[in-house]
Design a protein around this ligand. Sequence first.
Ligand code: F6R
Length: 262
Amino acid sequence: MEVIISPDTETASGAAARVVARLVREKPNAVLGLATGSTPLKLYRKLIQLHNEEELDFSEVTTFNLDEYVGLEKEHPQSYHAFMWEHLFSQINIKPENVHIPDGMAKDIPVFCAAYERAIAEAGGIDLQVLGIGSDGHIGFNEPTSSFASRTRIKTLTQQTVQDNARFFDGDESQVPHHCITMGIGTIMDAKRCIMLAFGEEKAEAIAATVEGPVASMVPASILQHHPNAKVFIDNPAAAGLKLSDYYRWVYDGKPDWQRDA
Ligand code: F6R
């Protein structure tokens, strides 16, 4: 795992955006796996900026989102559909038919999840998966003890995640759905590359456990230690628990630009 520690979220998001942009330039029909939540917002803003100012072209790009709440209509302001269209898709030239987000209103959830997995495979697999991390170490909505072999399926959120996400629902925990559809850890691990972003001291413990702790289903993100191409973009507060932070800085500072964006 490569750890890139930046002084602030702006710099970290810019570095992550350059990795995504380089892939899209090299492979215009790239398949991107995308995340929601507060963490990737600046990354998406940078991608919009690159689209507007440097003609970064998304016309052939296909996307698959990690997850969606069960029971929220696409039009619900807190649905991940609404989030993605508001914060990214409406501001780039992506084709709506190339966007895939789990359907939280699917009548037959297992059938829907199997079809989602098939669609990813038919698109050629995910070239680059963007990830955030929960304070409990979840990726997608794969909560602690999720199987490392899991595929897209329904999951129940932990109480911690419900509490964490209440901020998107006017602070009202009772409004946060308890179930979601999420790509599995096996689905995420099949992506050719993963980039994880994590900001703020509330993520420091999860990041330390992910990067330097034992690989364990209690910290789902720790499976990324087994991924052959995973980069973790964090700010100083999120790096606070890392024992080898000086080493990660030294490695990154010693890289030529072309290798940083690769
Ligand atoms: C969202 C997702 C989640 C979030 C995580 C962190 O699609 O997959 O794993 O990345 O809950 O959320 P924020 O960024 O809001 O702290």
